[in-house]
Ligand binder design. Structure first.
Ligand SMILES: [Fe+2]
Ligand SMILES: [Fe+2]
Length: 260
């Protein structure tokens, strides 16, 4: 069994929050990370699925500072608010891995880049599609979990469904050819998603700070707390997964003011 922790959409920034309703992303991350490691001591792998920083090259140092005590390897991928080149350059020493694939005797986890610098919606490039196909063909005996930033299918919010993976249908169709692909997990939607279509589990992970209200036609913040996802990959190919919501206590908030 492979136990995984997924944290996503950290949106770290070197700038202080501009308005009193802003949660401090670093405070939130510290709290979520501590909670996730304490509650899942069996975890052997961590996934960071994008938007690690919020358009801020200086904030990668905050990513390093927050995770440098973690003793399990971390696979990571860019989101639309990351700077691809800087992420790769700065997050290259343990616990951060530069590789995009992790394998054990039953499973492989493949990080797939869906972001294009400067563009909010996602797209799987021909090069990335070829990379995934190559990995799947190389180890056809392994069950596979794909991790990416953008959502490859509609999640039921009109504004978010305009900024998912534009060629998500082709992406899913390509993956469907491989029966051992069991799950696709993603960030970007800042809410929990869990549905199964044709044997593939689609998992959306909420953010380590602000969440978006599900089923909204327009941008709308939710008052749900911080979160992370536990993913347990069983040797028989089944996936067990839970979102864990983490409340910040008042005394930990300091200058943080909660939404009304
Ligand atoms: Fe995000
Ligand atoms: Fe995003």
């Amino acid at each position: 069994m492979l136990h995984i922790l997924q944290l996503t959409d950290l949106h770290l920034s070197s700038k202080a929050p501009q308005d009193p309703f802003d949660l401090n992303p670093s405070t939130c991350l510290t709290h979520v990370l501590k909670n996730s490691l304490a509650s899942t001591p069996e975890a052997t792998l961590m996934l960071l699925t994008g938007d690690l920083v919020h358009d801020d090259v200086l904030a990668y140092q905050q990513v390093i500072d927050n995770f440098n005590h973690v003793s399990i390897p971390i696979l990571h991928v860019s989101g639309n608010h990351d700077l691809e080149h800087e992420r790769q350059k700065q997050l290259c020493h343990f616990p951060f891995l530069s590789q995009k694939v992790w394998r054990n005797e039953h499973w492989q986890v493949i990080m797939v880049k869906s972001s294009i610098d400067g563009i909010v919606n996602g797209e799987i490039s021909a090069q990335e599609m070829a990379f995934v196909t190559q990995q799947l063909k190389a180890c056809p005996q392994l069950f596979t979990l794909i991790a990416t930033h953008h959502h490859p299918l509609d999640v039921g919010s009109a504004w978010l469904d305009k900024i998912g993976i534009t060629n998500g249908h082709d992406f899913i169709e390509t993956l469907s050819i491989f029966p051992k692909v069991k799950g696709i997990t993603f960030g970007h939607v800042h809410q929990a998603v869990d549905q199964e279509i044709d044997g593939i589990r689609f998992l959306g992970c909420p953010s380590t700070n602000r969440q978006f209200k599900p089923n909204s036609d327009e941008f709308s913040l939710d008052d749900r707390p911080l979160a992370y996802r536990q993913i347990h990959l069983h040797d028989d190919g089944s996936i067990e997964s839970h979102v864990v919501w983490v409340e910040l206590e008042k005394k930990q908030c300091k200058n943080i003011v909660f939404f009304p």
